[in-house]
Design a binder for this molecule. Structure first.
Ligand code: NAD
Length: 260
């Protein structure tokens, strides 16, 4: 990876306290990007800043609920005030609510869409408007391979991800003339707190990665669950000039699980 081209640039990363978001924040900071890291979980954000700080890397953090319009607008103002005009946006915040389509409580459906879809809209609108005026920028939305593959108990999640994916591509079409690229990374199973919540046993205790997650490896031709860094590297690529002629594209990063 040629990282030099990103040095000194600025990025806003949402869901930065989570597995994939934290890996994205780290990969960007290691490349010399100045990062504004937001998440609704202030405690985990402080932990992220501490871990990166221990490695000589700096991130600016702020607790933000991406589904709250006023908080999002204030956060984007804060990010630009702190770092200067944003070059990159990574929509990493997300929630997973499992439940059968015919019994799923309305509240679970609405919460899923509020974060995974409306959150992507609110943050991308606020940042995209600023990028369009300046005539440059790159946005990556972390969706899911579930957006294109029906799964039991994942109807709300998969539908919310499909919506965020298409929103990102429509945004990309509208902003292409302004030189702003908008792409999607669609991970498959990735070892993060979100996936581990699905591994939880009847006692609610999460299994460890060393435990039996054979069900998750079955159907992954590359034979392993992704690491958060596997996903972050794909995000990095799409932000970078290596992808200078790529927009409105979905890069699936699932070890071949969806066979396409
Ligand atoms: P994670 O649970 O570790 O991270 C998600 C982060 O989003 C958390 O830190 C959480 O606090 C934050 N968040 C949730 N709601 C928020 C809100 N309203 N405002 C701000 N932040 C909020 O999960 P992850 O696996 O790192 O997920 C990152 C992204 O990747 C998500 O969009 C997820 O849907 C997607 N994804 C994950 C997998 C996987 O297997 N882990 C697969 C496909 C897609």
């Amino acid at each position: 990876m040629n990282t030099n081209e990103l040095t000194g640039h600025t990025a806003l990363v949402t869901g930065a306290a989570g597995g994939i978001g934290a890996a994205v924040a780290r990969v960007l900071a290691e490349a010399g990007v100045r990062v504004a890291a937001v998440d609704r979980d202030a405690r985990q954000l402080a932990e992220l800043a501490g871990k990166l700080g221990a490695d000589g890397l700096e991130v600016h953090t702020r607790a933000v609920d991406v589904s709250d319009e006023a908080q999002v607008e204030a956060a984007v103002d804060w990010a630009e005030h702190t770092l200067g005009p944003l070059h990159y946006l990574v929509n990493g915040a997300g929630v997973l609510r499992l439940g059968s389509a015919i019994t799923l409580p309305t509240e679970e459906w609405l919460t899923t869409f509020a974060v995974n879809t409306t959150g992507v809209f609110l943050v991308s609108r606020a940042v995209g408007a600023r990028m369009a005026v300046r005539g440059r920028g790159a946005i990556v939305t972390v969706a899911s391979n579930a957006a294109g593959t029906p799964r039991t108990k994942m109807s709300a999640y998969a539908a919310s991800k499909a919506a965020s994916e298409m929103f990102t591509k429509c945004l990309g079409l509208e902003l292409a003339g302004a030189g702003v690229r908008c792409n999607v990374v669609a991970p498959g199973s990735t070892d993060t707190p979100m996936l581990r919540s699905m591994w939880a046993g009847p006692s609610g205790e999460a299994a460890t990665i060393a435990g039996d997650q054979s069900a998750y490896k079955v159907g992954i031709p590359l034979g392993k669950v992704a690491s958060p860094t596997d996903i972050a590297k794909a995000v990095f690529y799409l932000l970078s000039d290596q992808a200078s002629h790529i927009t409105m594209h979905t890069l699936t990063v699932d070890g071949g699980a969806t066979l396409g």
